[in-house]
Design a protein around this ligand. Structure first.
Ligand code: B12
Length: 214
């Protein structure tokens, strides 16, 4: 059988073909390809194409959802493979969620996966997370880092609401706040008083390590 390639994987994400995505991801991993390459050159490359087609009205929500599910299935395979490696001591506890009103979670999940495989303990609150839920979780898990994701210009300001609520609850100096998502920038992060911004999952890991002095 010929070895599967990145283009085929990207195409399978674009087609929303979950079975094929799982099959190709497994095949690439078992032939020793670096998981990050599988993510970047295969899964993400496919999702990038989806993004362009969605923007140009050449692809619609149901198809995008199928692609999203296919990408998630591929990421699950990678996550399972990573968990079979040795236990790494925890670098810190992260509470992570997508802000209220926002249902996008692919990027957040990718960041979580990278944080976990790099030794952080992650409590994922999911999507559409209300301000109070963030505050409660930070308290409950004594989080070192609070991560927030937003993909919509209409929801990104909810990050500021959460940061203000942290301050009101007397928790602002106990936790580092990191933010990300397509519309977020370093400038925006500075404006809302976050401790850091990262443009992608790899940079998010570096950022969290740096903020905790690791
Ligand atoms: C997939 C998708 C959907 C899926 C989401 C499925 C899911 N489970 O996530 C569905 C179909 C549900 C959807 C719905 C909608 N979507 Co949409 N969607 C997208 C799309 C195509 C891809 C997003 C994605 O997953 N990218 C891949 C991931 C890996 O990248 P990422 O999210 O940017 O994450 C990376 C970084 O940003 C960073 N990061 C992310 N989070 C965090 C957090 C931290 C702490 C850190 C440090 C870093 C970090 O690291 C990640 C990994 O590298 C984008 C287009 C785009 N190019 O972004 C539109 C897009 C975000 N959607 C858009 C819109 C308008 C909508 C809808 C309003 C459409 C509608 N009319 O119904 C709804 C809103 C629903 C809601 N309330 O949230 C617009 C937003 C426009 C705007 N400026 O606000 C976009 C930009 C498309 C467009 N060009 O019009 N969408």
């Amino acid at each position: 059988m010929k070895m599967a390639n990145f283009e085929e994987l990207a195409q399978a994400v674009l087609d929303g073909d979950e079975t094929k995505v799982v099959e190709i991801t497994k095949s690439l991993l078992s032939s020793g390809v670096d998981p990050m390459e599988v993510i970047n050159k295969g899964l993400m490359a496919g999702m990038d194409k989806v993004g362009v087609l969605f923007k140009n009205n050449e692809m619609f929500v149901p198809e995008v959802l199928m692609s999203a599910d296919a990408m998630k299935a591929g990421m699950e395979v990678i996550k399972e493979a990573a968990q079979q490696g040795a236990e790494v001591p925890s670098l810190g506890t992260v509470v992570m969620g997508t802000v209220e009103g926002d249902l996008h979670d692919i990027g957040k999940n990718l960041v979580n996966m990278m944080l976990e495989t790099n030794g952080f303990k992650v409590h994922d609150l999911g999507v559409d997370v209300k301000t109070d839920q963030f505050i409660e979780a930070v308290k409950q898990h004594q989080a070192n880092i609070l991560g927030m994701s937003a993909l919509l210009t209409t929801t990104m300001l909810n990050m500021k609401t959460v940061i203000d609520a942290l301050a009101a609850a007397g928790l602002r100096d106990k936790v580092k706040v990191v933010v990300g998502g397509a519309p977020i920038s370093q400038k925006f992060a500075d404006e809302i008083g976050a401790d850091g911004y990262a443009p992608d999952a790899g940079a998010a890991v570096e950022l969290c390590k740096r903020l905790l002095g690791k």
